[in-house]
Design a protein around this ligand. Structure first.
Ligand code: 13P
Length: 250
């Protein structure tokens, strides 16, 4: 069975609530592609108006983060059941910006992955190496560790529904995309790692995205690779170009 492509925007810390609704209205007609799952990852304050604006469309909404506790004295955090109640279907977890600026560890991300699954939210779990790690030749060692710890205590059945986003840090926001061969090599390596943790059937089902300077010009080539099941798109998800990325096969 062929894996269905999933193409997600990560708006990061952009768009006020009113700008967010305007962007959804602009993008709605441009992201019609029945072959693809389309996701908008938006800032927490934009979730409610964006879910409302996306009603009746093919667009699902993702949060960009979530806390791993149910509720309580965690000032400033967002609980999983708040996301569920607001209509969120996916959550981006462990983005390199959260690991770097907010010191999230693999163990934190694992707790969040488990919590999201418990609440029926699909994690988009991010991984990816720095330029230094790539130059040292430890890309796959590093990513295997991120994936193995991130998926601790996740069952094979649960893992099948997850999304993993491979985002080399050196390609994020730099305009320097990994070549389709470089991206494929790591995505294939992640799939092998999943097969080792679970089995071939799980590895065959899990969807692995590439992220890092994806744009309308390179999306089709990246998404044509055997082990790349779509993209996690930053800058270009804020522009009408996102429609071209989603409709890469048209
Ligand atoms: P860019 O597409 O802006 O490089 O960002 C990638 C990213 O970090 C998506 O999560």
């Amino acid at each position: 069975m062929a894996r269905r492509k999933i193409i997600a925007g990560n708006w990061k810390m952009n768009m006020t609530p009113s700008e967010a609704v305007a962007l959804v209205e602009t993008l709605k007609p441009l992201v019609q592609n029945e072959d693809v799952d389309v996701v908008f990852g938006v800032p927490a304050i934009d979730i409610v108006p964006v879910v409302e604006a996306c009603k009746g469309t093919n667009i699902a909404v993702a949060a960009e983060n979530m806390y791993f506790e149910e509720s309580g004295a965690y000032t400033g955090e967002i609980a999983p059941k708040m996301l569920v109640d607001a209509g969120v279907k996916y959550v981006i977890l462990g983005h390199s910006e959260r690991r770097d600026y907010f010191k999230e560890t693999d163990a934190d991300i694992n707790k969040k992955v488990l919590k999201a699954i418990e609440h029926g939210i699909t994690p988009i779990m991010c991984c990816g190496e720095s330029l230094e790690q790539r130059e040292q030749g430890i890309t796959m060692d590093f990513i295997r560790q991120q994936v193995k710890i991130g998926l601790q205590n996740v069952t094979a059945d649960q893992a099948k529904n997850l999304v993993i986003a491979y985002e080399p840090i050196w390609a994020i926001g730099t305009g320097k995309t990994a070549t389709s061969q470089q991206a494929e090599e790591v995505c294939k390596g992640i799939r092998q790692c999943i097969a080792e943790i679970y089995d071939d059937a799980t590895a065959a089902e899990i969807r692995i995205q590439y992220g890092g300077s994806v744009n309308a010009g390179n999306a089709a080539e990246l998404f044509a690779m055997e082990d790349i099941d779509g993209g996690l798109v930053g800058g270009a998800s804020l522009k009408p170009d996102f429609g071209k990325i989603v409709c890469y096969n048209k």
